[in-house]
Design a protein. Structure first.
Length: 324
């Protein structure tokens, strides 16, 4: 065993041995973050990333969170090319170092991560107690108070839809690089959604289904994923990619679907370039001038999502309810 591996394993054991406060007995609480991956040159972090990390730690300490969901673009600009890359230290471990954030981070890749090695990011799970990235897409489940269940499906939207390409109309995704791999994941998505009997069912991916930001809606997702979200009564879809906080709600008949963009981890962007391309009156909240993240608090009766900015202010709350 090399020295680097030994040091990381020792660190993991020390973290596990600390006295971490228990979650409140009547709820499960966790944070959600995307597009936090610093910058491609020294010092490898942005000012907003550091502020957001501080507020995440303060919230985690106050609310005794159980884990963090990371929705991609973990390391800018081109991911990493090896699992021992220094960027895991400078962009992740040294930024989110606070004791309250020493919990599992359930990670998926964004489009920038795909410009590097996804295998390297997955393999990093062997060295870090926090960095939890078991597969390019996967499912997690948690038991809630009162015997209720939360299911979370984490997708690789770059495999599904392709990486971003510069066009005269801005960056766009034009289709998967590997159609077989995309279809295999689509089959997994359909099977997993159909099989879930959870009281709350979340789906997360890097690309948004709908967004008013500069990247805008993802055709691959609103043309193929959206009807599955409705059909299987998904509670909400969580994403990043556009660097702001958004709540978009669509309706079909008497049913509605909630989409949350949570891409304020490092580089906030207040552009609403695609305001006219989302369904009319679907935008319920937008914050682009400050970075931020989401806190989700789940009880047997409801799921509360709160947007918190880089100054620690709660800017928006929304309640979601068990599937029928």
């Amino acid at each position: 065993m090399d020295v680097v591996t030994l040091l990381y394993l020792m660190s993991a054991l020390l973290v596990q041995g600390k006295s971490v406060p228990l979650v409140r007995p009547n709820s499960l609480q966790f944070l959600v973050l995307a597009d936090w991956g610093g910058q491609s040159h020294a010092p490898y972090t942005s000012r907003v990333q550091m502020y957001v990390a501080e507020q995440m730690a303060a919230t985690a300490d106050k609310r005794n969170i159980s884990f963090v969901i990371s929705l991609g673009d973990n390391i800018y600009r081109e991911g990493v090319h090896g699992w021992l890359s220094d960027r895991f230290e400078t962009t992740f471990e040294q930024v989110y170092y606070q004791e309250s954030l020493q919990v599992p981070w359930y990670i998926i890749a964004g489009n920038h991560d795909h410009w590097g090695s996804i295998r390297a990011q997955i393999n990093r799970s062997k060295l870090s107690f926090k960095w939890t990235f078991p597969h390019v897409y996967y499912k997690k489940s948690w038991m809630l108070p009162g015997g209720k269940v939360l299911d979370l499906l984490l997708l690789d939207t770059t495999i599904l839809c392709g990486n971003t390409i510069e066009t005269p109309y801005g960056n766009r995704v034009l289709g998967p690089d590997n159609v077989n791999a995309a279809n295999l994941q689509w089959s997994w998505i359909k099977h997993s959604l159909k099989k879930s009997t959870a009281d709350f069912l979340l789906v997360g991916g890097h690309y948004p289904v709908y967004s008013v930001g500069d990247n805008g809606p993802t055709k691959c997702l609103y043309s193929r994923l959206e009807h599955l979200l409705y059909k299987y009564h998904v509670t909400a879809y969580l994403s990043g990619h556009d660097h702001n906080l958004q709540h978009i709600q669509t309706k079909k008949g008497d049913r509605k679907m909630d989409y949350f963009v949570i891409g304020g981890g490092a580089w906030p962007d207040d552009l609403q370039t695609n305001l006219q391309t989302v369904p009319e009156e679907s935008l319920k909240f937008f914050l682009g001038k400050d970075g931020g993240f989401a806190l989700i608090d789940v009880t047997a009766e409801r799921m509360e999502l709160s947007f918190i900015d880089s100054n620690g202010n709660i800017r928006y709350n929304y309640n979601l309810y068990p599937r029928k």
